[in-house]
Design a protein around this ligand. Structure first.
Ligand SMILES: [Zn+2]
Length: 87
């Protein structure tokens, strides 16, 4: 049983990696994901991750600017998969 939780990314262009990755913490238990999948079309990017602790499906919408920021970030232990279409 997993709940799908949706939110909008809050980080800005100048935020550090910790703040950016905090946007993808589980909405239920705040566990950091180890895999984020980024999909969507220009202007409607969507990051999806499944919580490794409780199994909740977390979805975060973001702008192209935020998606680009995520792309260029030093992401530590979090792996970000970019779906090949539209990039
Ligand atoms: Zn969780």
């Amino acid at each position: 049983m997993s709940a799908a939780l949706e939110d909008r990314a809050r980080f800005g262009q100048d935020d550090c990696a910790t703040v950016v990755l905090a946007s993808f913490a589980c909405r239920s238990c705040l566990t950091a994901p180890d895999l984020v999948t980024l999909t969507g079309t220009p202007g409607e990017r969507m990051a999806t991750s499944e919580c490794p602790a409780c199994g909740a499906l977390n979805r975060v919408r973001m702008s192209d600017t935020q998606a680009f920021k995520l792309w260029t970030l030093q992401r530590g232990n979090t792996f970000v998969h970019f779906a090949p279409q539209y990039w």
